[in-house]
Design a protein around this ligand. Structure first.
Ligand code: SAM
Length: 211
């Protein structure tokens, strides 16, 4: 997601440090308590926060943590979230590459990957959030039977991801190559998703469960 630099973004994120966690590793093992929930969801690459805000409202009994590395975009997501601040959500405005330093083993129930950057060049595959290296990190922090829920418009990324997960200790438990052909009130539409839906492009979705 390319966006012009917003001079207010970084100061805004720092200012709101009761919502934007500056040092997520200090919350390691404490997220359940902090979010007052037994069920923890983590969205990596929250973008402008539509999914994060919508889902934390839809599932108020669950805890929601949004992660976004681009501070310009993260600031928009945080602004949106603070307009209707919910006690069941927190935000991390940092690259998820260090995610294992922020969560204990078996601390997370769900990881959501929505319209992750496809990184089409073969030399950049390792940057994909569904690359084996990331999957190994997710495996550690997810509970037994914890799930990764992935949505994308990108066929190549979807195929790549199915293969990456097939070679790990995850089982494919659900998938669709046209998720929005049916109404899914249980799942919030992301910013990218709404653009692809307007273009009548199919949305691919898969759920992988840790075994
Ligand atoms: C294509 S956008 C999709 C945004 C949103 N999820 C949606 O569906 O509309 C992908 C987002 O993931 C973020 N992202 C990519 N890699 C990341 C990482 N390693 N850690 C945190 N955020 C990441 C990017 O900065 C970008 O905002």
């Amino acid at each position: 997601m390319r966006m012009r630099n917003k001079s207010w973004a970084k100061p805004f994120l720092i200012e709101n440090d009761d919502f934007v966690v500056a040092s997520p590793s200090s919350n390691k093992g404490k997220w359940n308590e902090l979010l007052n929930s037994d069920v923890i969801h983590v969205e990596i690459g929250s973008g402008k926060g539509d999914y994060f805000c919508g889902m934390s409202k839809l599932y108020p009994e669950h805890g929601w943590i949004g992660i976004e590395k681009n501070s310009n975009v993260a600031a928009i997501a945080v602004k949106k979230a603070l307009e209707d601040r919910r006690s069941n959500s927190l935000f991390i405005a940092t690259d998820a590459k260090d995610i294992n330093e922020w969560f204990c083993e078996n601390e997370v129930d769900f990881i959501h990957l929505n319209f992750s950057d496809p990184w089409p060049k073969s030399g950049n595959r390792k940057r994909r959030l569904s690359h084996q290296n990331f999957i190994n990190k997710y495996y550690e922090l997810l509970k037994k039977e914890g799930c990764i829920v992935m949505k994308t418009d990108n066929k190549d990324l979807f195929e790549f991801s199915l293969l990456e997960f097939a070679n790990t200790s995850f089982t494919l438990v659900d998938f669709s190559v046209d998720f929005r052909r049916n109404v899914h009130d249980e799942d919030t539409i992301t910013e990218y998703e709404s653009k692809f839906m307007e273009l009548n492009q199919p949305i691919y979705r898969a759920i992988f469960k840790k075994h």
